[in-house]
Write a protein of this length. Structure first.
Lengths: 341, 328
């Protein structure tokens, strides 16, 4: 029996691998669909950051009415961990009628509160106070549940981030925040974003315990998050985890990332890819052999193939479905007069 | 004369003002080395340096607030919102601080806040907004919304020179779609007066009052109606929404006696309601029919092409609405 790590069983270690591989394979598929103009809007990749999304989400209690997280555009992995299906992601990007938002919203902007993920809006920082409110409710009802919210290095410059974090700290709500230091906010580097060295310093200023971890070490992220989540569940309040990682693609697929030093990107790709590093760990510790991983890779590819085939030719939503759902009542605004002429 | 895009015209206008007046500076997210998300400020960093082209943190309230402070001290800041949808994060600064400064405290706040707005681009609910109605209700602000390359240039220059705060709305669907021959920078200086509408098309049977992207949809509809129905449409491009050019509105009503107001923004509480009220007050007796509106439906703007096309006003809608009103 090989040694286990971070209190995780062999099956769990392989499950983590599966989510990493699924995130990357699914995003690669989205890139292919984007190049075929099947994706309607922009495409945002998390290449090189899959480890922190998967590792952090994996530390939550999952299942119906358990913990709740709020992902950002680069946290696809965290949604998959919570139970979002590849076909849902594909349909969202292609704005299909059967997508979770029925074509109303983009990419990963969708939710399943039962499964425990709340979709972001584009306005950076806004999910921080909202997640503070979700965690506040857990506390008010005495439920042993925890909220987790992601924030980018750039987004820590917003007012909503600061207000939300402080609110959560004062109320001592069970909230864990993952601060993603990935060196870029669109074209803006950290030194133009904040004058502190680490994001952790910002959280500490609000009286919140904060740690900085290697974001491309999946198990380190898992362990740090697990500690914070357990602590929050015990009523000890907010915890902040800064993950140091690197955005290897441009802001979105259209961005030529000319402002990012080429050798910097290459260095992270070669020496510090979270999936490569995890594979080395799995094999080096005899937690898995190459056949185990190959089986998972094949299985993931099949899953993504099947999901793609199942939805790629689906129709877009019927035009008039744009109207209902603004309020409970009235159900829908009237179609405007000139449409009935 | 060289043919340039709406975006290039805006860029030229900014450039000329930066050259002309060293008090002018630009601040916003990714505006420096990167040249802005839509490349409006491409090359500015190299020419004017990072002290006049400032890459800011993602902090819209601070961008607008800092611009206001600098303006009090005699500077002429131009603040970019990466997408105009994010201006909501600076709503407090704009409506409470900036808009009231002159009246309340005698403070000059000559800032320009500009950014890409509008739909027809599959941007979804947070990259497609038209925020004009939220600010139309705020005394102390001015709002301009160019539809042509000439006005993109002329209005940015006038906005920068204006002694009051101006929200400059630029339509991203027009950025590279609209091309126009404009004199080069060394030639004629283009300054579009703030507060003056423009007759985009002369006609006698019916007036369309509009602004922004729907100026072009209205022009397209007017051509079709001219050919198919022999109806002569006049189109008034407001260009400035605040202060509104009442005289131009009344003139066109007196000429054609029928008015269709078209805008891309949602219907309830939109700019069209204000225009209709002004016509009622000033030119009611000149009307031969009801003032009608073609606008977006009252829903957040959805992402899927089929849904977006349904929610937003299209050329075909304008054609149908005109036919109905012409027959009234
Ligand atoms: C309030 C607000 N302002 C501007 C933007 C435009 N914008 C979208 S993503 C982005 C950069 C985000 O950087 P970061 O938070 O570091 O996240 P990353 O892209 O690195 O994952 C910007 C400026 C926005 N979405 N919201
Ligand atoms: Mg970042």
């Amino acid at each position: 029996m090989p040694a286990i790590s971070a209190g995780l069983s062999r099956d769990q270690l392989l499950e983590i691998y599966r989510y990493l591989r699924l995130t990357r394979t699914l995003e690669e598929r989205l890139t292919a669909l984007y190049r075929q103009s099947k994706v309607i809007g922009g495409l945002f990749r998390s290449l090189g950051q899959e480890g922190e999304s998967v590792g952090s989400a994996y530390a939550l209690e999952r299942g119906r009415r358990k913990d709740v997280l709020s992902p950002l555009i680069r946290n696809l992995g965290s949604m998959l961990v919570m139970g979002a299906q590849p076909i849902e992601i594909l349909r969202q990007y292609m704005a299909k009628a059967e997508s979770p938002t029925r074509g109303r919203e983009l990419n990963v902007h969708f939710n399943d509160l039962e499964l425990g993920y709340l979709g972001q809006i584009s306005h950076l920082g806004d999910m921080v106070p909202v997640m503070a409110g979700i965690a506040l409710t857990f506390k008010m009802r005495g439920e042993p549940r925890v909220g987790l919210v992601y924030v980018g290095d750039g987004a820590t410059s917003t007012g909503a981030f600061h207000e939300g974090l402080n609110f959560a700290a004062v109320q001592r709500v069970p909230l864990v925040m993952i601060g993603e230091y990935n060196y870029w906010a669109y074209s803006t580097p950290p030194e133009k974003q904040f004058a502190v060295k680490d994001l952790a310093a910002k959280a500490k200023a609000y009286g919140i315990p904060a740690v900085t971890v290697d974001g491309n070490d999946v198990l380190a992220v898992y362990e740090a998050t697990k500690f914070a989540v357990d602590r929050a569940r015990r009523g000890k309040g907010v915890h902040f985890i800064e993950v140091k990682t690197y955005r290897r693609k441009g802001h979105a697929e259209h961005d030529d990332q000319s402002y990012q030093p080429k050798d910097e990107i290459e260095r992270w790709a070669k020496d510090n890819d979270p999936v490569d590093r995890y594979v080395k760990q799995l094999l080096g510790n005899d937690w898995a052999d190459t056949q185990d991983l190959k089986d998972i890779d094949d299985d993931v590819r099949d899953e993504v193939d099947q999901a793609t085939d199942a939805c790629v030719n689906e129709p877009l939503p019927e035009p008039e479905t744009a109207l209902p759902g603004v309020y409970v009542h009235p159900l829908a605004p009237d179609k405007l007069w000139f449409r009935s002429l | 004369m060289p043919e340039i895009t709406y975006l290039e015209a805006l860029r030229q206008g900014l450039w000329e003002e930066m050259e002309r007046d060293e008090r002018v500076f630009i601040l916003g997210e990714d505006v420096g080395l990167y040249g802005g998300a839509f490349k409006v400020t491409e090359g500015f960093h190299k020419r004017f340096g990072e002290s006049r082209v400032i890459d800011t943190p993602i902090s819209e309230a601070a961008i607008v607030g800092a611009a206001a402070g600098a303006a009090h001290m005699g500077m002429r800041p131009v603040a970019e919102m990466q997408f105009i949808d994010f201006i909501s994060c600076a709503y407090d600064m704009l409506t409470n601080y900036v808009a009231t400064a002159r009246y309340r405290a005698g403070l000059a706040t000559p800032i320009v806040v500009r950014g890409p707005c509008g739909g027809y681009v599959r941007g979804g609910p947070f990259h497609s907004q038209n925020p004009e109605a939220a600010f139309l209700h705020t005394p102390g602000l001015k709002i301009v919304y160019p539809a042509t390359a000439r006005d993109a240039k002329g209005l940015i220059k006038s906005s920068i020179r204006d002694d009051d705060p101006v929200i400059y709305l630029e339509h991203k669907w027009l950025y590279r779609r609209i091309k126009e021959q404009l004199p080069p920078s060394e030639g004629e200086e283009i300054l579009t007066p703030i507060g003056e509408a423009r007759l985009a098309r002369e006609g006698t049977d019916l007036s369309i009052i509009t602004y922004g992207a729907t100026v072009w949809k209205s022009l397209e509809a007017a051509e079709q109606l001219e050919q198919e129905d022999g109806v002569s449409i006049e189109i008034l491009d407001l260009r400035t929404l605040l202060p509104m050019d009442d005289a131009a509105i009344v003139r066109t009503v007196q000429k054609t006696n029928k008015v269709l107001i078209v805008h891309e923004d949602t219907r309830t509480g939109g700019v069209a309601g204000e225009i209709a009220a002004r016509i009622n007050e000033r030119a009611f007796e000149w009307l031969d029919g009801p003032i009608m509106r073609v606008t977006a439906h009252d829903v957040p703007l959805p992402y899927a092409p089929t849904l977006e096309d349904f929610v937003l006003p299209q050329t075909e809608d304008i054609v149908k609405a005109v036919r109905w009103l012409a027959a009234y």
